[in-house]
Ligand binder design. Sequence first.
Ligand code: HEC
Length: 216
Amino acid sequence: MDSSAFNKYAMAFLATVFVVMTAGILSDFVFDSHAPEKPGFIIQAAEAGGEGEAGAPAAAAAVPIATLLASADATRGEAVFKRCQACHTGEKGGANKVGPNLWDIVDRPMATHEGFSYSGAIKDFSKGGKELWTFDHLNHFLTSPKAYIKGTAMGFAGDKKDNERADLIAYLRTLSDSPKPLPAADAAPAGGDKPADPAKPADAKPAEGAAPAPAK
Ligand code: HEC
């Protein structure tokens, strides 16, 4: 082979290497950018879920509602409730919209509001209306409706922020002629963000307000 032929092959080889490397770099770029820290719309679902779904619900509702309610604020909760009002009314005698009216929801038997046609999923969960919407059920349900009641027709992603959800539940409690007593926080709620509860050694709740740290 003469040298100009050799040069042609060498150039072809180098060009190939160049293309392959460029493609590699570009694909790194493309695939790296697919997992933003906070996908705009489903921020709250993504925070607790992280990369994998497993374990997320348990972590999300780790702090007992009694503890959360001890520092909740119904006035702030009223603002959070705006998100629900696309589908729910909160006034006494308010209409059913996409979802049932929520007057007196705390300790109301589940899936029993007059004139509303509930999904089979929530009716099953309610055990025929025997289950009540306790503070605890509300806390879990509103953290992630579809994780707590599989198949529910409620199209709301959930609110993973403990403080915000507690404010909301404190507000829901006020939608009543005689608000139910707040649940007693059995493990010293005041002072700390979480009670020292020896029964829950694996409770890895980070500082209030921060996203739960993904277990890497
Ligand atoms: C996109 C519409 C939509 C939004 C937003 C929504 N919900 Fe719902 N909600 C529903 C539907 C539909 C149901 C009935 C669920 C079923 O039948 O499975 C429901 C059911 C409920 C129930 C059970 C009521 C009962 O009578 O058993 C509660 C409690 C509730 N929603 C609270 C809330 C709260 C609080 C918010 C705001 C954080 C909210 N929902 C946001 C549509 C919505």
